[in-house]
Design a protein around this ligand. Structure first.
Ligand SMILES: Nc1ncnc2c1ncn2[C@@H]1O[C@H](COP(=O)(O)OP(=O)(O)O)[C@@H](O)[C@H]1O
Ligand SMILES: [Mg+2]
Length: 296
């Protein structure tokens, strides 16, 4: 057993088009380990499998094959009722579109109170907690406004208060800033960073927005249904804004020993089909060199 809070082992997901019976593989064997208290981003283009992956982490979609363990829950083998319990106890969701986070006819306050009805707080606790959450996201003076009267950024902050209503250990966000301008995007990112550092909530954001890369300590790259690599801060300190820290790009080795060579390096060193591994035991290094010319 590893001490990872989130552990995915060779997760695949295929969808079948019921009309044509054509299978589409959205995830192709994802291995992913995330520690408790991390704030990780998973960045990739549209169609890469981001939402599918996030929905699997949230227990909303079952993997076709592979195992998913989160906080000790083996999601791949839970019953529907057990998955519901997992979602209620462990996760909070923040979606791109405010209307998916919030009920449009309710006020900000009532939205947060409503979200708490499935949790464990007593009636009195709920009210004071809702006020506290709305204050934390800077919406205390807007708490009587309904969704239509909130700006995009305010609606997303309210969505965040709703997502946090039941004290989730894991906050999952799908393109949380997709509908927002730059300034509001930075504001939401900074709320997420505060939440991560103040409460230790584990946060996973999937997005196509590259700005998240520098705002999270680890940032995974997802391409064609696979985790293709990772960038991470080299700073050992726990700092909030990773943007100033020096970063490195690392390859991810899966359980079969596969590792992806980034495109820019394949191009630069003329690697297309074959590589050789040259060991240098003295320095403790392995060199990867193109071996294409030698093959036929
Ligand atoms: N419910 C579904 N049924 C069939 N295909 C789907 C379904 N959901 C997603 N897909 C396909 O899987 C691929 C990955 O989708 P998705 O996870 O939404 O990617 P992303 O969030 O990175 O844009 C896409 O090609 C998409 O069309
Ligand atoms: Mg998506």
């Amino acid at each position: 057993m590893s001490n990872n809070f989130i552990s995915l082992n060779q997760v695949t997901k295929h969808y079948k088009d019921p009309a044509s019976d054509v299978r589409f593989q959205a995830l192709r064997g994802v291995d992913l380990q995330i520690k408790q208290g991390s704030m990780a981003s998973i960045i990739g283009p549209s169609g890469a499998g981001k939402s599918t992956l996030l929905n699997i982490l949230g227990g909303m979609v079952r993997p076709s094959t592979g195992t998913v363990t989160i906080d000790g829950f083996p999601l791949h083998s839970l019953s529907g009722d057990e998955l519901n319990l997992f979602r209620r106890k462990i996760t909070g969701f923040l979606w791109q579109i405010p209307s998916r986070n919030l009920l449009p006819n309710l006020t900000a306050l009532d939205n947060v109170l409503f979200a708490m009805e499935v949790g464990n707080f007593s009636r009195q606790e709920r009210h004071s907690r809702a006020l506290e959450l709305l204050s934390q996201v800077g919406l205390r003076d807007r708490m009587d406004h309904s969704l239509g009267r909130l700006s995009g950024g305010e609606a997303q902050r309210c969505g965040l208060a709703v997502a946090l209503a039941n004290e989730p250990k894991l906050l999952l966000a799908d393109e949380p800033t997709g509908e927002l301008d730059s300034e509001t995007t930075m504001e939401i990112i900074s709320y997420l960073q505060d939440l991560n550092s103040d409460l230790g909530t584990t946060i996973v954001v999937v997005t196509h927005d590259n700005r998240f890369e520098r705002m999270t300590k680890q940032s995974y790259n997802i391409l064609d249904g696979n985790i293709a690599g990772m960038r991470r801060s080299l700073s050992k300190e726990r700092i909030q804004d990773w943007s100033g820290a020096e970063r490195e790009e690392v390859g991810v080795v899966n359980q079969f020993g596969l590792v992806r060579i980034p495109n820019h390096l394949r191009e630069k060193y003329n690697i297309s089909n074959y590589v050789k591994f040259i060991e240098d035991e003295e320095s403790g290094r392995i060199y990867i060199i193109s071996a294409d010319e030698e093959s036929d």
